[in-house]
Each structure stands twice: as structure tokens, then as C-alpha cells.
Design a protein around this ligand. Structure first.
Ligand code: C2O
Ligand code: CU
Length: 487
């Protein structure tokens, strides 16, 4: 720390702080920045560029679709080692502004990728450098945070896996990215958002894909242990994930380990998840020649998106015991002392522009949000506050002001007829209670709140301005987003 002297930049300070606390990164006396930083910083640089490419989504003989992707790779995969910090040099080769948000990663606020709140929009041809620490192992992803219905709708999202050397050994691993597309028969796009969708359950895509193809035929050794990471990268669709033909257990939610739950112990034998949510499953392969189906059972018309066929192997059949991932090491909220607040997801009642209530010298007090990053109509609100739309573009007042390092319990009430996957940036929160009794206790960054359901989350506040929003992208852009200021 001393070599940086009094001239410490914020970044240098963060890095220096990180080298101090080997093994004590979670000590409550440290600042939240220190808490989210690795105990051993190994930095590397990764180039990341957003651009366009052609992909045959409708089938090999049908017209191709012009999609958005990072580095010419649909759902570009990046792997980091737990404790590593990566410097991403992001170049925007799209013809519209963008940013990158590393969803679910606990990080310094300045790299969170939210236009106006944490950074300016990266204009076409522009560049922004993100320095992201990866301390929590698991399955994450990244996406733009501006014109999300348009850009994510066209495919702009990447997979971020943080590997942990302590993980149990699996014989194979598969990563499955689920996303529907809004396509006409000639491969062009239908409108990404229709008023009837945006104001209700969302506008669905009818072309369903996994990793950009209709279905996947995969192989794995007979009787082997397979880790399957499933990401809901759709803009809209809530899915019920189930497995047929094998023993399987849920071993992580949103990247974070939980004590394994056999799938057949879950209500209806499925895990319901909405846009942005991820799960890791441990599947025990059957005998050679047999196959396993993984599907979305939510609609009457089941979508079996992946088939895993068992190939001859020397592994013997044995009773299934799920391999538990090492317990997630996350800041543990103090529920006895936590301050409680309630937020209600609802239809918008008042779309009027409000004063931010921030001190006049706060840069956000008068900031205008880029018109590209807001929707055109307000349909939704969180506790009577709507994120601006149309030309009402100033930053709304924070939904809550919190103190860094303190514990908070947030009750999320769904006062609408539709499910909403609610996401808080920059934190891993504990899901501690649900009125339906449907949810196990677990850590997550996004939680699905069903109609009439109330879900309680709790977390230790990390410093920064963090958005809190529905991850059905049209809902977010039509007002269902707010922010917490943590100082
Ligand atoms: Cu995937 Cu604002 O988030
Ligand atoms: Cu929603």
C-alpha cells in the first residue's frame, strides 16, 4: 500500500486494499469495496467488442438473421479463476450506443455499466475499460444496459464462468443458453416489443433456441457425473426446467452453491426461473445407450431443448449422491439488526417527472438519461416510482438510501398479475422467505416473484448507486426500475 503513497487513485486504493486481507475478505470491519475484492489479484486483459454477425436461427436452409454478439461469437464464453481480476477493453462496433453490465458480479460501482448512474453510454466506435474482480465462483453472464430489448433481443449477451479450484470433479460439463427470438419467416425481426406484451406478461419470441440452435444432442459417458449450467438469457420468458431419464439435483442458483436439492423434491419436479436467472444441475448419466432430456415444461407444448445420450464407459452404476459445491462465501446479512423496507411491484399510477431529492451539486441531480436507454411508454412502477420513459429523462429519486456495511431486509410484493424476476445490481442477496413457501433459502442476484407473492431478501449493502429492476426487459424499460444509494 505504501508504494502508492498519498497519490492513491481510487483504483490503486482498491487494489492495494485487496492485497491486505488474505482470508479476511469477508471481515465485517472492512469496507464493502474491500469485501468484494480478491485476496490475490492476478490481472489480465481481455478485449471485448460488440458487433453484428449472421446466424442461421431458422435452420441451415433458411435465411440468416443479423444478430448482435460479442467478438463474433453468439453467447461469447469467458472463464475466470476465482480471485482473478480482469480488465475488459470494451469496443463498441455497433451503430448505436451500448455499455457492458456483468450481471451478478459484486464489484466497484464505477464498472457496473449503468448509463448515467455509473458511466456515460459508450457511443459507436467508443471504448470503455471495465476492471472486474471475480471473487464469487459460479455461472454468470454479461449484457448491455441500454436499449436492452433491442440489443439483448438481437442476441447481445455473453457467458461468464468463474471457476473454483475447490469444485468437485465432474466428468463433463455443458453450458446451455436459452433464448427465444422474434423472427419473421425471412429471418428479419418482428417488433421487439408490443404494447400488449410490454404492459402485460412481455412480448414473447416464437423461435426458441439453446446456444443459438433449435435443440442440442449431446453426449456424456454412461454413469458419469455431469454439470449442466443453464442460463435464461431470454428477454421475457419464465421457464420451468426439468430433467427426465436421470437422477438430477439443483446445486447452484445464480452461480451460488446451495445444499443440493434433488429435482424430484422440488414442487412439480421443476425449477421455475425467469430472464437473467441461472441454475447449475448435477445430472447422473444412465447406462450406455439411454438418454436424458432437459426441457422447459411450463407451456403445454414442452420444449425439450437438450438430449444427453450416455456413451459406453468404464464407470459403474452406483447410487446417486449429489456433489455439493463448496459453500458460497458471501457477506452474511445480520437479520436481527437488519433494517426492513417493502417495495411493491405495480402498474404505473403516475408517470410524472419528480425531483431527485439529491443535493444540487450531485452530478445525478440534473443528469439526463440517454433517450436510447429508456422505453417509450410507462406501464410499471416500483412503489409508485417509475424509471423515466419517453422524454421524461431525468434520474428519479432513489428508492432507498442505505449505509454501506449495514444489513437490509427488503420485502418485495408483487401487486400485479404477472411474474417478475427482480434483480439488484452489485450484491448477492439471501432469499430468506417467500409467502408461497416455494423458495429454498439461497443466495441469488435475481429472484422470481410470482403474482400475489411476497419474497423477502436480505443483504449487506455495498457502496454505490445500484439499480433494482425487473429483468423482463420490457418491464424494466417501461418503468419497473429504481435504484438504491448506498453511502
Ligand atoms: Cu442483468 Cu440490470 O441487469
Ligand atoms: Cu417484470
Amino acid at each position: 500500500m505504501t508504494k502508492s503513497g498519498a497519490m492513491l487513485s481510487r483504483r490503486a486504493f482498491l487494489l492495494a486494499g485487496a492485497t491486505l486481507g488474505t482470508g479476511s475478505v469477508l471481515a465485517p470491519s472492512q469496507t464493502s469495496e474491500a469485501r468484494v475484492l480478491p485476496s490475490a489479484v492476478a490481472s489480465r486483459t481481455v478485449a471485448l467488442s460488440a458487433g453484428e454477425m449472421d446466424l442461421h436461427l431458422l435452420g441451415p436452409d433458411k435465411p440468416a438473421t443479423r444478430i448482435f454478439a460479442y467478438d463474433g461469437e453468439p453467447f461469447r464464453l469467458i472463464r475466470a479463476k476465482r480471485g482473478e481480476q480482469i480488465e475488459f477493453t470494451f469496443d463498441n462496433h455497433l451503430s448505436e450506443g451500448s455499455t457492458v453490465h456483468f450481471h451478478g458480479i459484486r464489484m466497484p460501482n464505477e464498472y457496473d455499466g449503468v448509463p448515467t448512474l455509473t458511466q456515460p453510454v459508450v457511443q459507436p466506435g467508443g471504448r470503455f475499460v471495465y476492471r472486474i474482480p471475480f471473487n464469487d465462483p459460479g455461472t454468470f453472464f454479461f449484457h448491455p444496459h441500454c436499449d436492452e430489448t433491442g440489443q439483448v433481443g438481437r442476441g447481445l449477451a455473453g457467458v461468464m464462468i468463474v471457476d473454483d479450484p475447490r469444485d468437485p470433479k465432474f466428468d463433463a460439463e455443458h453450458i446451455l443458453c436459452l433464448k427465444d427470438w422474434r423472427l419473421a419467416e425471412d429471418g428479419t425481426y418482428l417488433a421487439m416489443s408490443e404494447p400488449d406484451g410490454a404492459s402485460k406478461a412481455g412480448t414473447y419470441g416464437a423461435t426458441r433456441t439453446v446456444n443459438g440452435v433449435p435443440t442440442l444432442d449431446l453426449k456424456a459417458p454412461a454413469n458419469s457425473d455431469v454439470r449442466v449450467r443453464i442460463l435464461n438469457l431470454d428477454s421475457t420468458r419464465v421457464m420451468d426446467i426439468g430433467v427426465e431419464g436421470a437422477d438430477a439435483a439443483l446445486i447452484a442458483i445464480d452461480g451460488h452453491a446451495l445444499p443440493p436439492i434433488p429435482l424430484d423434491k422440488l414442487p412439480d419436479g421443476i425449477w421455475r426461473f425467469g430472464p437473467a436467472q441461472r441454475i447449475d444441475l448435477h445430472i447422473r448419466m444412465p447406462e450406455a445407450g439411454k438418454s436424458v432430456q432437459i426441457g422447459d415444461y411450463r407451456a403445454a407444448d414442452i420444449y425439450h431443448f437438450a438430449t444427453l445420450t450416455a456413451e459406453p464407459s468404464d464407470k459403474r452404476k452406483r447410487p446417486f449422491r449429489a456433489l455439493a459445491l463448496p459453500a458460497a462465501k458471501l457477506p452474511q446479512p445480520d437479520l436481527k439488526r437488519a433494517e426492513q423496507s417493502t417495495f411493491t411491484l405495480q402498474q404505473a399510477t403516475d408517470a410524472a417527472v419528480k425531483e431527485t431529492g439529491l443535493p444540487p451539486d450531485d452530478p445525478l441531480a440534473k443528469a439526463l438519461i440517454d433517450s436510447l436507454c429508456v422505453g417509450s411508454t410507462t406501464y410499471w412502477a416500483i412503489s409508485q416510482e417509475s424509471w423515466p420513459t419517453g422524454d421524461k429523462r431525468n434520474v428519479p429519486p432513489p428508492l432507498a438510501r442505505m449505509v454501506e456495511g449495514k444489513s437490509y431486509r427488503v420485502t418485495i410484493k408483487n401487486g400485479t398479475r404477472y411474474p417478475h424476476p427482480v434483480h439488484l445490481h452489485g450484491h448477492a442477496f439471501a432469499v430468506i422467505d417467500s409467502s408461497s413457501g416455494r423458495l429454498p433459502k439461497h443466495f441469488a442476484d435475481t429472484v422470481l416473484v410470482q403474482p400475489d407473492e411476497t419474497v423477502d431478501i436480505a443483504f449487506v449493502a455495498a457502496s454505490g448507486d445500484w439499480v433494482f429492476h425487473c429483468h423482463i426487459l420490457e418491464h424494466m424499460e417501461a418503468g419497473m426500475m429504481g435504484w438504491f444509494r448506498v453511502v
